[in-house]
Design a protein around this ligand. Structure first.
Ligand SMILES: C[S@@+](CC[C@H](N)C(=O)[O-])C[C@H]1O[C@@H](n2cnc3c(N)ncnc32)[C@H](O)[C@@H]1O
Length: 204
């Protein structure tokens, strides 16, 4: 995608596979006071539309690098949901944190796509911009004590690094340590289908 108008909506088959199970967790984990969710790396926009359709009391703010905005906007235009908002531009390491007073940050499958330098910048941005009580949810695959949780994740890691050596499945312990350094504590580490996790941190 290059920021130009698209003819066909982008589709990520993985979103179709994982959206129902993530939604179940969101329903359980979101608190009554959580009203505004800022998604980092909305991708196609599918998750935003699906979660927005099923969580009508929530306002879902999408964001991504600028080149993904036309695709996200196509999903939003078709769904016509008043609680799912057009993407904000946020490119970790390149732009400022978006102007959005969110209660919860949700980010799926981003930490292994960006370099470790960007992961650190992402965490610094979270630490600087979130308020006490705000939560951060990271969905995706993680390693534990340097071990993959499945052979398929080990293969996926090789595939990621083959595309770009800076990519890779992150160590849970490293993520937790960096988040702690930014003033967050781990609230939940939930094992999800297909060897993924949902990590939930809260700002102290
Ligand atoms: C693997 S996709 C995941 C998309 C979606 N969250 C999902 O689960 O299908 C990774 C996402 O990270 C975004 N991304 C990559 N580099 C980024 C950066 N520096 N800042 C913000 N988002 C970035 C990509 O544009 C893409 O939307």
């Amino acid at each position: 995608m290059n920021g130009q108008k698209l003819d066909i909506k982008p589709v990520a088959p993985a979103c179709e596979r994982n959206q129902a199970v993530i939604l179940e967790q969101l329903k359980q984990q979101l608190r009554a006071e959580d009203r505004l969710i800022l998604e980092i790396g909305s991708g196609t926009g599918q998750h935003a539309v699906y979660f927005g359709e099923h969580l009508k009391h929530i306002t879902w703010q999408t964001s991504d690098v600028q080149s993904n905005h036309p695709g996200i906007q196509m999903w939003l235009d078709e769904a016509e949901l008043s609680n799912v908002l057009s993407p904000l531009g946020y490119e970790i390491g390149q732009t400022e944190w978006p102007n959005c007073q969110a209660d919860v940050i949700f980010s799926a499958n981003v930490l292994h796509i960006i370099s470790m330098e960007m992961v650190k910048q992402f965490m610094r941005d979270l630490g600087e911009n979130l308020r006490p009580g705000n939560r951060v949810m990271f969905y995706g695959p993680f390693k534990y004590r340097d071990e993959y949780t499945s052979e398929s994740n080990a293969d996926f890691d090789l595939w990621l690094k083959d595309k770009d050596p800076k990519r890779g499945i992150r160590d849970f312990e490293h993520i937790e340590q960096m988040m702690q350094q930014q003033g967050f504590t781990l609230v939940q580490d939930i094992a999800m289908p297909a060897n993924n996790q949902l990590l939930i941190f809260e700002k102290l």
